[in-house]
Design a protein around this ligand. Structure first.
Ligand code: UGA
Length: 431
């Protein structure tokens, strides 16, 4: 059991702290947002993350998980301090380090003698050195330990990681951080801080490139009348390529891939290196969204102005309430610009800051009077809707399923003019 302080209780901080406590450590979390803090103290997770709520309640009950607004008390006994604050994009694409550096400044005179400061947030290459300078204490080591948590799957990703990456110039400090995770029995890689920081950016950028590629191949399949499911499934069976992370869709989004691909290309540019493939993946991802708008226009016979579009799904993917850089929202924005009226439903998104979207209380309500139904997030509840009932509510019968979650036979039999993005375009060309 180790004494741990976690600074920041956002997605990364909340997951890291709650699950470190589940491993038996004593964890104190410092959160500055008083509303969030109060919720956490009362055992309520401010975000939707499957399975995490139960671990939160368990930690509070066992007494080895505490939330406070006071950094001094959170740090007083901590041998390990995890920095889990955001690193959003600046205008030039580089990562904004002000929250991380602010946290480092604040902890500098309060941390226990010999404490190890760990960057969990995704931080630019060279951040460990920068933090050491800011903290300016000989007794403190800074270790990079990037997270690889997918929103919606974070509990599983934390408890069964593919690998744990630790970057430090001090072997003893690296080993101490590795020991925090011993009970997970995971593969641990110990390297220098810059390499650890870069592993994180390279992972996210590679995954983003993989998705841009499969989405491009799916568009090509549609155009030539091939089945993208068979093509992507077929090449994914080559174990050198792999079939994981090949689900086609309306483009990738969220709080990580867009920000991290921008940060990596921005870093490379600053060193006169061109990351042309990552740049291309970013550009291709914009095309993925424009393609959805183009398809919808085609389905509605060339006219989007004053069309009422029902949208199912606003979160950037299923099993999260997060709409940051959501392809769904971007596509809605593009449609609003074209004069569409949108009524949307997402099971976990309760409010939205985008003029022109009307939120509906149920999936069915969103479809009332709609000329077309557009599915943008792969929530299972959408595939459970009864085709006949939905079609009765709609004014038109056109459906564009960008996640390929509807049973096409059932919906077509019920009278839907269903187009599934990344499905066989042959069906699209025939109709
Ligand atoms: C991503 C990484 O997967 C995590 O390993 C990493 O720790 C995290 O970023 C981070 O940097 O914090 P996340 O953004 O939560 O996790 O979600 P993903 O499941 O990776 O999905 C990202 C985007 O790709 C979503 O828009 C999703 O819909 C899309 N996606 C994902 C697909 O279109 N197809 C797929 O097969 C998988």
């Amino acid at each position: 059991m180790q004494e741990i302080c976690v600074i920041g209780a956002g997605y990364v901080g909340a997951t890291t702290s709650v699950l470190l406590a589940s491993l038996g450590h004593r964890v104190t979390v410092c959160e500055v947002d008083s509303k969030k803090l109060q919720l956490l103290q009362n055992g309520i997770l401010p975000i939707y993350e499957p399975g995490l709520q139960e671990y939160l309640v368990l930690g509070l009950k066992k007494g080895n998980l505490t939330f406070t607004g006071d950094l001094g008390s959170a740090l007083s006994d901590a041998s390990f301090v995890f920095i889990c604050v955001p690193t959003p994009s600046l205008e030039d694409g580089s990562a904004d380090m002000s929250f991380v550096l602010g946290a480092a400044k604040n902890l500098a005179d309060k941390a226990k003698h010999g404490a190890i400061v760990i960057t969990k947030s995704t931080v630019p290459v060279g951040s460990a050195d920068e933090l050491l300078e800011v903290i300016d204490r000989d007794d403190i080591q800074v270790v990079s330990n990037p997270e690889f948590l997918r929103e919606g799957n974070a509990v599983n990703d934390f408890l069964k990681p593919d690998r744990i990456v630790i970057g430090s110039t001090n072997d003893a400090a690296a080993q101490k951080v590795a020991n925090l995770y011993t009970s997970l029995g995971a593969h641990v890689i110990i390297t220098d801080p810059k390499s650890a920081e870069l592993i994180k950016y390279a992972s996210n950028s590679f995954l983003a490139m993989k998705l841009s590629f499969v989405n491009e191949i799916a568009r090509l399949c549609d155009a030539v009348g091939a089945s993208s499911q068979d093509v992507i499934g077929g090449f994914g069976l080559d174990t050198r390529i792999g079939s994981k992370f090949t689900q086609t869709g309306p483009g990738w989004g969220g709080s990580c891939f867009p920000k991290d691909t921008r940060a990596l290309t921005s870093l490379a540019r600053s060193r006169d290196i061109d990351l042309q493939m990552v740049d291309a993946a970013i550009a291709s991802n914009l095309n993925a969204k424009l393609h959805v708008v183009r398809l919808l226009r085609k389905i509605l016979h060339g006219e989007l102005r004053d069309r009422k579009i029902a949208v199912w799904g606003l979160a950037f993917k299923a099993f999260t309430d997060d709409t940051r850089e959501s392809p769904a929202l971007h596509i809605c924005e593009l449609l609003i610009e074209q004069g569409c009226k949108i009524s949307a439903f997402d099971p976990k998104v309760g409010e939205i800051d985008l003029a022109g979207i009307e939120l509906s209380p149920t999936a069915l309500d969103a479809t009332i009077g709609a000329d077309a139904l557009l599915i943008l997030t792969e929530w299972p509840i959408f595939s459970e809707q009864i085709p006949g009932t939905v079609l009765q509510k709609m004014a038109g019968n056109s459906i564009l399923d960008t996640r390929g979650i509807l049973n096409s036979t059932e919906w077509r039999d019920a009278g839907a003019n269903l187009k599934a993005l990344g499905n066989s375009m042959k069906k699209f060309q025939d109709s």
